[in-house]
Design a protein around this ligand. Structure first.
Ligand code: FES
Length: 92
């Protein structure tokens, strides 16, 4: 069973996301709507966020929506974001 982590949105809600679950999908499952939802496939950029604190990994993301430099600065697409610890996330 994958570990559950706590996801806190800066100035927003808090929800649980398992290590093998995408943050955007977990947010929807919990009935929250802090992060924009679009294609859910890493292409549209609607779900762009910045991870302020915590460890995570990402799946394939459009480099047009998150450049390499931005990725290094913590930007990610929530539909391609998997938590590896509790996370603090900022929505633009
Ligand atoms: S919802 Fe389209 S990139 Fe995440």
């Amino acid at each position: 069973m994958a570990k559950p982590h706590r996801i806190q949105i800066v100035g927003g809600t808090k929800f649980i996301c398992r290590e093998d679950e995408r943050v955007l999908i977990a947010m929807e499952r919990c009935g929250a709507s802090d992060i924009g939802v679009g294609c859910r496939g890493g292409g549209c950029g609607m779900c762009r966020v910045r991870v302020v604190a915590g460890d995570y990994r990402t799946g394939k993301m459009s480099t047009a929506k998150v450049s390499e430099t931005e990725r290094e600065a913590g930007y990610a697409l929530a539909c391609r974001l998997f938590p590896a610890s509790d996370l603090l996330i900022e929505v633009e």
